[in-house]
Design a protein around this ligand. Structure first.
Ligand SMILES: [Zn+2]
Length: 599
């Protein structure tokens, strides 16, 4: 349900409870349009809406449809409300015009779907004439102004509040910023809770469009968001406290973008989730205006760098959990800026550390960046000098941070009341296979620096048990859209009445989906080892309604005895997860913005 039910709306609904129950729609991704409900328009009654500290009076009519009201299109309250959220609202002849930033939207009488720019939601009660006067559905405020409408139980008052549009970790994983963006300015307060120690941010007046969200940092763990209170809204963000963590809050607002700086001290203790890796390549090569040191690792590593200014004039790079295979290496360059580079196993016990020491001449300029391949680092030593007082002297980072706060939304198909495809012989359901595969994929992606959001991380419906396909799939897409995820991967298993049907397929719909599918396809096919059913274009709901590149994966057929046996083994699911993670990494390195790894 989109909003809280008020008691008298429940009463109204009770009048219709003798109507036959509409059969549950198929939960397969195609979705289906519901039927138009019966509309019974009531008398106009006063409704006062509180928005950003102001009260706006309206006259609203009940419609007999859950949570929907009609308001005269010319009600002066509507443009006043819109202006509070930086929008223009006007009724011209027989059409509503709303402008918000670059967005320009029209809604005409009888129009059943909102324009795609504002999400394309189907209106249960389209705009219509009541006693010859044009009326618009009140719920379209939510889509047109990017707000949430919450009505009090008395049906006479309500709140119109901005949405939390995204929360993500941005920047270097050692010094990330937690950035919260909303559709209108918010204020916040912070405090600490004990046992266990947590740092809490309460965002006043901001509404989450999903019941709960979290972003995960490889060391901090889960940063959780929940709707602490509605009408008036408080969204609560809880950050686990760990030793050495410092949180710097911005000025208390109001602001549409609130950024908290999280700083973690040192990398002396290897962080969890960072396994030991090998240094597979270490070389020094000339570049246009200097030299570069190229390091390639077998997987993600953390690093800590220190710059000593003249007279010491050195650059140290420490790589905990990295093993140098073979002897110590030394490169003599002597080009007037770079003297030499030494790479050695600085420590083996209790945990390995590889150290790179760069001897410089003059105050040579250095720059540490992510390399062109995953899990690589490049240190550039330029034929240029720095102003010593401007130099940064120490920093931390993690290789293969795929983008500045790259967010992937994973959608394990089905769940809760909906098992998806079922293989009765093996007692295996699609919902458990997709969940386990996505949990494995999430674990791998987090160690590679992604922000991972899951539409579900346990066996449940994302909306509610018994919801329609449109509601269930809509709830999943909304999580990805609200978070501003960079990519969406929906995982399913195929099924057919023909037990011989077999193979792996990727499904796309939007043009932007195809680049993602092309990066995932080769590694997934190689790992699956099943026939290639190709990249297919289908108007699946999650593909058509997501605002970011998205792919729906049909891993293999649960109805095929051989493929179902494979899907039932953890090793096979792990293999598929690793292949998808590699494909996502390739996609990120090609199409998502690279993060500078150091000074
Ligand atoms: Zn499915």
């Amino acid at each position: 349900m989109r909003r809280f039910w008020s008691a008298w709306m429940l009463l109204l609904l009770g009048l219709f409870s003798t109507l036959p129950v509409v059969a549950r729609e198929t939960a397969e991704p195609q979705g289906a349009a519901g039927e138009q409900p019966i509309v019974v328009v009531g008398e106009a009654r006063p409704l006062s809406l509180k928005a950003l500290g102001t009260t706006v009076p309206l006259k609203a009519r009940t419609t007999g449809v859950e949570d929907e009201f009609l308001v005269a299109a010319t009600d002066p309250g509507l443009p006043s409300l819109a202006s509070l959220f930086g929008a223009e609202w006007a009724w011209r002849e027989d059409c509503l015009l709303v402008r918000r930033g670059d967005l320009k939207v029209q809604l005409g009488l009888g129009q059943e779907e909102l324009p795609p720019d504002v999400g394309g939601r189907r209106l249960e009660v389209p705009a219509r004439l009541v006693d010859g006067v044009p009326h618009v559905p009140l719920s379209c405020l939510e889509d047109l102004l990017a707000v949430r409408l919450t009505l009090a139980a008395d049906g006479k008052t309500g709140w119109v509040e901005p949405l939390i549009q995204s929360i993500r970790l941005e920047g270097d994983s050692r010094r990330p910023k937690l950035v919260i963006r909303s559709s209108a300015p918010l204020t916040f307060k912070t405090f600490s809770l004990r046992r266990p120690e947590r740092y809490v941010i309460d965002l006043a007046g901001g509404v989450l469009d999903t019941p709960a969200l979290k972003v995960t940092h490889p060391e901090l763990g889960d940063i959780r968001l929940g709707q602490f209170q509605l009408g008036p809204a408080i969204t609560r963000v809880v950050i686990p406290s760990i030793p050495g963590l410092t949180i710097v809050a911005p000025p208390p607002g109001p602001s549409r973008e609130i950024a908290f700086e999280l700083t973690m001290q040192g990398v002396s203790a290897p962080a969890r989730d960072f396994p030991v890796q090998k240094v597979t390549v270490a070389r020094v090569e000339p570049m246009a205006s200097g030299q570069r040191v190229v390091l390639q690792f077998s997987g993600p590593v953390q690093y800590e760098w220190t710059r000593l200014l003249p007279p010491d004039n050195r650059f140290f790079l420490d790589l905990p959990q990295a093993i140098l295979v073979g002897p110590k290496q030394e490169f003599q360059v002597q080009d007037g800026h770079l003297r030499s580079v030494r790479i050695s196993q600085f420590q083996t016990e209790p945990a390995p550390i590889t150290r790179v020491v760069v001897d410089l001449e003059k105050a040579a300029q250095t720059r540490l960046t992510a390399g062109e391949t995953p899990h690589s680092l490049v240190l550039e030593i330029r034929h240029d000098t720095i102003e010593p007082s401007m130099a940064m002297l120490k920093g931390y980072g993690t290789t293969s941070f795929p983008s500045s706060g790259g967010v992937v939304c994973l959608d394990p198909g089905h769940g809760g009341s909906d098992p998806g495809a079922v293989n009765r012989a093996l007692g295996l359901t699609e919902k458990e296979v997709t969940l386990d595969l996505c949990l494995r994929l999430a674990r791998i992606l987090r160690t590679r620096g992604w922000n991972v959001v899951m539409t579900r991380d346990n066996d449940r419906d994302v909306s509610w048990a018994g919801s329609s396909a449109r509601e269930e799939l809509g709830a999943r897409v909304q999580i990805a859209n609200d978070l501003g995820a960079d990519v969406l991967v929906s995982v399913h298993c195929n099924a057919s009445v023909n037990p011989a049907a077999k193979g792996t397929s990727l499904h796309i719909f939007k043009n932007s989906d195809s680049l993602l599918a092309e990066e995932l396809h080769p590694t997934l096919l190689a790992a699956a080892g099943r026939p290639d059913r190709g990249i297919q274009k289908d108007r699946f709901y999650v593909l058509a309604h997501s605002r970011m590149p998205a792919v729906l994966v049909e891993a293999a057929f649960l109805s095929n005895p051989e493929e179902a046996r494979l899907l039932g083994t953890p090793e096979y699911r792990q293999r598929l997860a690793e292949a998808l993670a590699d494909g996502l990494g390739r996609y990120a390195s090609r199409y998502l913005k690279q993060t500078t790894a150091g000074p």
